[in-house]
Design a protein around this ligand. Structure first.
Ligand code: NDP
Length: 245
């Protein structure tokens, strides 16, 4: 038997990067994984990858009606998720003077509003079951800030504030609400760095390397476990010592 046998774990943005590592981690722990992608092809690839261990679903987390419908479908096909991992996220980097309203809004919608909304949709069943785990992927940037990422920093800090508030609302119901804040992880999101930027970045990371999706997934799996039942409203940093605030 595995640590998460039979539990339904919903992971947003499971198609690549950290999300793909999360899918692999929870699959290996025996969970039934509901993983989302924005395209039909992405969802189909997730279905193939998961086989008997779960299903892929098409979901754009900024589409409220689609979110409602997808969650209803997951509940019907796999059962109500007892673990929600809010992983889907984007960047639209720009210095504030050049920030467009649409860049601000898009990042806040995808990285913050969707977390609020999907958590609200999932938490009712968790309260009923007297067990649940809501884990959101935030960022070191939401804690220390980063020039050119005011929208992203605001959204990620917002998720951490949201999580601490919800943690207090549901703590007596067996539901924990936590964040995992990665530093720099080697995914598409960080692939755009040039050689000089990469060198500069590595000099700031005491561990001397970028993180992997697996580094993040292991932290999420711990917070999802029964052993972590007394940890709530917390943010677990996974950053190789980049920042320790
Ligand atoms: P990637 O850019 O590699 O992947 C992003 C994922 O989010 C994809 O699965 C993508 O789906 C999905 N996604 C994007 N927009 C939407 C949307 N509107 N609706 C649903 N899904 C969407 O990102 P990472 O794996 O690097 O990042 C994952 C999370 O980790 C994000 O929240 C990010 O902010 C955070 N993070 C990443 C760090 C890093 O260094 N990489 C550092 C700190 C935090 P699709 O493939 O279908 O487009």
């Amino acid at each position: 038997s595995h640590a998460l046998d039979g539990q339904v774990v919903l992971i947003t943005g499971g198609s690549r990067g950290i999300g793909a590592a999360l899918v692999e981690e929870f699959r290996s722990l025996g969970a039934q994984v509901a993983a989302t992608a924005t395209s039909a092809a992405g969802a189909e690839a997730l279905c193939e990858k998961l086989g008997e261990r779960g299903r892929g679903y098409v979901l754009d987390v900024t589409d409220d009606a689609a979110m409602d419908a997808t969650l209803a479908q997951i509940r019907a096909e796999l059962g109500a998720p007892s673990v929600l991992v809010n992983n889907a996220g984007i960047t639209r980097d720009q210095l504030l003077l050049r920030m467009k309203d649409e860049d601000w809004d898009r990042v806040l919608q995808t990285n913050l509003r969707a977390v609020y909304r999907l958590s609200r949709l999932c938490v009712r069943d968790m309260i009923k079951a007297q067990f649940g785990r809501i884990i959101s992927i935030t960022s070191v940037v939401g804690m220390m800030g980063n020039a050119g990422q005011s929208n992203y920093a605001a959204a990620k800090a917002g998720v951490m504030g949201f999580s601490r508030a919800l943690a207090r609302e549901v703590a007596a119901r067996g539901v924990t609400v936590n964040c995992v804040a990665p530093g720099f992880i080697a995914t598409d999101m960080t692939a755009a760095l040039n050689e000089a930027q990469r060198e500069h970045l590595l000099q700031q990371i005491p561990a001397g390397r970028l993180g992997s999706g697996q580094d993040v997934a292991a932290a999420v799996a711990f917070l999802a476990s029964a052993q972590a039942s007394y940890i709530t409203g917390e943010t677990l940093q996974v950053n190789g010592g980049l920042w320790m605030g």
